[in-house]
Ligand binder design. Structure first.
Ligand SMILES: Nc1ncnc2c1ncn2[C@@H]1O[C@H](COP(=O)(O)OP(=O)(O)OP(=O)(O)O)[C@@H](O)[C@H]1O
Ligand SMILES: [Mg+2]
Length: 313
């Protein structure tokens, strides 16, 4: 549905996007992760036809974005960074305007606007001027205009940025529900969102693709994969005893959270051993669990490695 091949964007001498290739399939939510300035928004602007690539090719639903920009734009709903819109317009009028710009027939516009108002929870601000809305509501108006024409492809640049926890939850549900019939690319800095909505994620650093995987596979790259953690008051003697176990590679202790993390020796499952050991020592623990891995740690490792490689060049 979306294919990017050797995509690059140069601003003067600065390469914001550097030889990026990836695809996004129908029914899939693809997450864009990466540090600030990595090139996520620039890539989205190229896919949606707002910026011309310096080199490379983009296809949306089989059509080349450069050769058939209008056809591609018709198939895309786009929530840009910051959700720009017309501040002086009221929410309802703005959505009717977008409905007509998107080519929705006049007799179907009312249904389209009402449906989107309900899905994105805008009923209470229908008559309010957009410039007077709070940040989260502006974002919701941005999301409403992106989905009003039921596009095949959705490009959402940080869709939950600035939303309160209830709205975040609701927007994530909306994205997951829409994803079955669409191809969705979203960018986010919220790593828990990757689990909640993305089938696959790519990590971009300095304009380059540094990882492309499912969230579960990404977690497996974490040193926390299969680590066992628990909360308890432990003295250093006990920590050393755990560290001395054959199946244990390392132990860390977070004094503030009173959380111990036990890292297994290569490839071992140590949950039972650790649980038995704690029982044998009559240690009372809270929330003993085996970890799947921590995406924030994988993100930091991957993006810092890429920075170090850059410095070493
Ligand atoms: N029009 C432009 N002219 C010059 N440089 C630009 C332009 N647009 C973007 N850049 C630069 O390209 C780089 C990538 O920017 P981009 O907005 O794509 O990052 P991002 O990954 O979306 O970051 P964030 O997480 O902060 O949104 C940045 O260094 C930015 O300053
Ligand atoms: Mg951005």
């Amino acid at each position: 549905m979306i294919e990017c091949l050797n995509l690059s964007k140069q601003f003067g001498h600065f390469k914001a996007v550097d030889d990026l290739s990836f695809t996004a399939e129908k029914g899939q939510v693809l997450g864009f992760l990466g540090p600030n300035g990595a090139g996520k928004s620039t890539t989205m602007k190229m896919i949606t036809g707002f910026l011309e690539p310096t080199s490379g090719q983009i296809k949306v639903c089989g059509e080349d974005v450069l050769q058939n920009p209008q056809l591609c734009k018709e198939k895309i709903g786009y929530l840009p960074e910051g959700a720009p819109s017309y501040g002086e317009m009221e929410v309802g009028d703005f959505l009717y305007f977008i409905a007509s710009m998107r080519g929705i027939a006049p007799r179907q516009q009312k249904a389209a606007v009402e449906s989107v108002i309900e899905r994105v929870n805008l009923t209470n601000v229908y008559f309010q001027r957009i410039e007077t809305l709070s940040k989260g509501f502006k974002r919701r108006v941005g999301l409403a205009q992106a989905i009003i024409h039921n596009p095949e492809v959705l490009i959402l640049d940080e869709p939950t940025d600035g939303l309160d926890p209830n709205q975040k939850h609701q927007v994530r549900e909306l994205i997951v529900n829409m994803s079955k019939e669409k191809t969705i690319i979203l960018s986010t800095h919220i790593l828990e969102e990757v689990h909640a909505v993305c089938d696959r994620a790519i990590i971009i650093a300095d304009g380059r693709l540094v990882a492309d995987n499912t969230p579960n596979e990404m977690e497996k790259m974490s040193r926390y994969n299969h680590a066992v953690s628990f909360v308890s008051d432990l003295d250093s003697g006990l920590l050393n005893k755990i560290k001395a176990l054959d199946c244990v590679r390392d132990v860390s202790y977070d004094a503030r959270l009173k959380e111990t993390t036990v890292f297994p020796s290569q490839g071992l499952f140590i949950f039972d051993e650790i649980s038995d050991f704690l029982k044998s020592q009559s240690v009372v623990v809270d929330s003993l669990k085996m970890e799947a891995g921590r995406l924030d740690e994988v993100f930091r490792t991957i993006t810092q490695d890429s920075k170090e490689r850059e410095v070493a060049k």
